[in-house]
Design a protein around this ligand. Structure first.
Ligand code: URA
Ligand code: CA
Length: 433
């Protein structure tokens, strides 16, 4: 097989065979195919697209390019959730113990990553003692016993995706539905998921700015999943404003605890219930979304969801008593309110810009080597659609530096107050095939 023939075939709009796709991925990963040919093929895919069979073949070729985590020692259907990213997205912290409390095993492998706040692991490390450096045997044992555990990234997962994503980043080929969908799905499948629930975000704080684009990506991922034998569902949810009220690491852990107690922000709670219901259905613990939701509501009401979080933290050497006393979480030295300069209704809170402000406080990483400050961040008191009086607090800034005019200025530029605004639709669509 010659790479140039594969490039020309795709350039001319023909479908590639499974063998051609496997040849490309294997030879590119091993270094036999140079970057210039791989980028040429990526550009051809960008313009000519791929059919469902090609997308499934590309995904599985990338899965098989490295280690595949074997979770077969864990009983039950392992459901993984993936969010395409956003600002102040606290859902994993709530979902993991919540669905575990109704018997769906959550075997989460997580990374740190770059962003406005840390990743799930960073957030959890704001609980004294908690760590993810556990052996794979211990991980399996904990999930079988308590239904939930988190382990740091292990193994050499999807090296083909790593290499190709890096190349796409500098060749104008990131924004291609078949390439994004196969990239995301390959990582989930290599991490051992039997079933996958996807939260595809849309809005200015998201990768996909419009509902149409988000829907196309969701459909692509759902059909890849189902074509390769992983039950997959997706929702399209709003990320025009931050999710929930807290943006920051310890602040989001506190918000997660409140949500597990049934006292969380309305939007975060609704998103968690929607995603959680899907996880319970694909996990085989309820026959439909309605029955699943009732199970989850009961787990919050009777305290079992909160107990599941406590046990999970303690199993990984964390101080579980934070669920009773959130003041044990790291606290920033200064808490400074941002006051509204006029009366009216909040019409816009630009998610991305709020994320940048939390980054300026030190909540996130710009490069892999950066330290993050777990205590800092932002807590919103008003969301889009809320009315506000002049001089009322829009939000509180949690900071370890006293001088924060730069952050205040950024925040003032990111929030619009006008005569009328509506609460945005949180869940645009549910996609099951
Ligand atoms: N995120 C991924 O993991 N892959 C892509 O291609 C785009 C976003
Ligand atoms: Ca939040």
């Amino acid at each position: 097989m010659r790479m140039v023939d594969i490039i020309e075939k795709k350039r001319d709009g023909q479908a590639l065979t499974n063998e051609e796709i496997e040849f490309f991925i294997n030879a590119y990963t091993s270094g036999e195919i140079p970057d210039y040919q791989a980028s040429s093929l990526a550009m051809a895919i960008f313009f000519q697209d791929m059919n469902d069979q090609e997308r499934a073949a590309l995904t599985m070729a990338m899965v098989n390019s490295g280690d595949v985590i074997d979770l077969s020692a864990i009983n039950g259907i392992k459901v993984d959730k993936h969010s395409t990213g956003g600002v102040g997205d606290t859902t994993t912290l709530v979902l993991a113990p919540l669905v575990a409390s109704v018997g769906v095993p959550v075997a989460k492998m997580s990374g740190r990553g770059l962003g406005h706040t840390g990743g799930t692991i960073d957030k959890l490390e704001s609980v004294e003692g908690f760590h993810v450096e556990i052996s794979e045997d211990k991980f399996v044992e904990l999930v079988n016993e308590a239904k939930v555990a988190v382990i740091g990234q292990t193994g050499n997962l999807t090296p083909a995706d790593k290499k190709l994503y890096g190349l796409r980043d500098v060749t104008g080929t990131v924004n291609s539905i078949p390439l994004i969908a196969s990239s995301i799905m390959s990582k989930k499948i290599a991490a051992g998921a039997d079933a996958i629930v996807l939260d595809v975000k849309t809005g200015n704080g998201a990768f996909m700015k419009t509902i149409e684009d988000a829907e196309a990506l969701a459909h692509a991922m759902v059909s890849i999943g189902n074509n390769v034998g992983r039950n997959t569902m997706a929702i399209i949810s709003d990320m025009s404003q931050p999710l929930g009220n807290a943006i920051g690491n310890a602040l989001e852990v506190k918000e997660a605890i409140e949500t597990l107690k049934g006292q969380g922000p309305k939007d975060l709670t609704e998103l968690v219930m929607t995603l959680g219901s899907q996880m319970v259905v694909v996990g085989g613990k309820a026959k439909d979304l309605e029955e699943a939701r009732a199970l989850l509501e009961k787990a919050i009401e009777d305290g079992s969801a909160l107990e599941s979080f406590r046990t999970f933290l303690e199993n990984q050497d964390g101080d579980g008593s934070v669920v009773d006393d959130v003041s044990k979480l790291p606290q920033a030295r200064f808490q400074i309110d941002l006051l509204s300069q006029k009366s009216g209704t909040v019409t816009e809170i630009i998610a991305n810009e709020i994320g940048v402000a939390s980054m300026m406080l030190g909540a996130g990483r710009q490069t892999k080597e950066d330290d993050i400050d777990l205590s800092v961040g932002i807590v919103l008191h008003k969301k889009v659609g809320d009315s506000v009086d002049e001089g009322e607090a829009l939000l509180t800034i949690h900071s370890n530096r006293e001088q924060i005019n730069d952050v205040k200025e950024k925040l003032n530029q990111s929030i619009t107050i006008s005569s009328h605004g509506e609460v945005p639709t949180l869940i645009h669509k549910i996609i099951t095939e």
